[in-house]
Write a protein that binds this ligand. Structure first.
Ligand SMILES: *[C@@H]1O[C@H](CO)[C@@H](O)[C@H](O)[C@H]1NC(C)=O
Ligand SMILES: *[C@@H]1O[C@H](CO)[C@@H](O)[C@H](O)[C@H]1NC(C)=O
Ligand SMILES: *[C@@H]1O[C@H](CO)[C@@H](O)[C@H](O)[C@H]1NC(C)=O
Ligand SMILES: *[C@@H]1O[C@H](CO)[C@@H](O)[C@H](O)[C@H]1NC(C)=O
Length: 297
């Protein structure tokens, strides 16, 4: 009996997690296009929630870039909580629990790397983030750039290692913070806007016509990777919420308003493909297929 079951079960187990395609493992990190889960910890069917799949399932699907908002917990100002603007609107749990989920996934998937982009809504000191990474047992796993020919401690775009090299170094988590990073205090929490620019967010036009540089102010595309905010909002009673209904079209590979269409517009404007395309509802449309296509596979 066993002889019949094993050959059937084994391939099934192998495909449970979508891996990054092998040709991408040897490219510099700064030449990859990753599809990212916007507001990855806000999971569920409500208006304020951006994802249907939990974080483990997002990673299993093939997502390798997770974005999340942090705030001080309302009941404990020394705890960082994943909340949507306010913890009353949407509370996605504590940052340490989120990090433990990511850490457990990395432990089960030793050939993979994951990138986190955290926002610092309450502008807390970066040491508080460092404390949470330590508490989750992840501080030793986070990539710390070295070299940095730029002289300002920022790793230039053409000096990034490949995914394979990061795996070999045992540095399988890359962490960016939008505001308040201070590499001289916590070297593994990187200053998002020293490395990336972003296109505007909060788009309500389903054709996604805008790829201009929104943040940091006054930035040019030179020597910065870039993040395309490709999640659609709809205004309900003057409040912008994620557009769940249009998600299959927004997250399509090609067609008007798709991931592919906005990436093409951005590439035309900035001379190279996006490094990250952030989307809501990663299970809608064809997000992983879009990731393959944008990487030229
Ligand atoms: C995450 O989602 C998967 C797939 O739906 C499910 O099997 C798993 O139990 C979920 N994990 C948690 C912690 O809820
Ligand atoms: C694109 O977004 C920027 C804000 O970052 C805004 O200033 C500009 O007017 C927008 N362009 C169009 C065509 O909507
Ligand atoms: C995309 O569709 C919108 C209507 O939803 C239309 O106004 C726009 O011209 C279309 N864009 C392209 C490039 O076809
Ligand atoms: C990666 O490099 C190729 C070849 O130079 C280029 O066409 C593509 O736009 C680059 N992608 C990114 C994300 O830099």
């Amino acid at each position: 009996m066993k002889c019949f079951i094993y050959p059937i079960l084994f391939p099934l187990l192998l495909i449970l997690t979508n891996a990054l395609d092998p040709p991408l493992l040897t490219l510099p990190y700064s030449n990859l296009t990753l599809l990212g889960a916007h507001d990855s910890p806000f999971i569920g069917p409500h208006l304020t929630q951006n994802q249907n799949l939990n974080v483990t399932a997002q990673l299993d699907l093939g997502i390798r870039f997770l974005q999340g908002q942090t705030h001080r917990a309302p009941d404990d100002e020394n705890r960082l909580q994943l909340c949507h603007t306010s913890c009353v609107l949407e509370d996605g749990g504590s940052l340490v629990d989120f990090l433990r989920i990511v850490g457990a996934w990395l432990e089960k998937n030793p050939a993979e790397i994951v990138t986190l982009l955290l926002t610092n809504g309450d502008r807390v000191g970066v040491e508080m983030f460092g404390g949470v990474f330590k508490e989750a047992g992840l501080d030793g796993l986070v990539f710390v750039p070295s070299g940095g020919g730029g002289g300002n401690g920022v790793l230039p775009m053409n000096e990034w290692p490949s995914v394979q090299e990061m795996v070999d170094m045992g540095k399988r988590l890359v962490v960016f913070l939008d505001y308040g990073a201070n590499p001289s205090s916590i070297p593994y929490i990187l200053d998002e806007f020293a490395y990336f620019f972003e296109t505007p967010f909060g788009e309500t036009n389903p054709s996604f016509p805008n790829c201009s540089i929104d943040r940091p102010p006054g930035a040019t595309a030179d020597n910065r990777m870039y993040i395309v905010n490709h999640f659609l909002n709809v205004e309900i009673l003057g409040i912008k919420v994620p557009d769940r209904i249009r998600a299959p079209r927004t997250n399509a590979v090609r067609g008007n308003g798709s991931i592919g269409a906005q990436a093409e517009l951005c590439e035309g404007l900035h001379g190279r493909g996006p490094n990250v395309v952030l989307v809501d509802f990663v299970d809608q449309g064809e997000v992983i297929e879009a990731q393959r296509v944008l990487n030229g596979l």
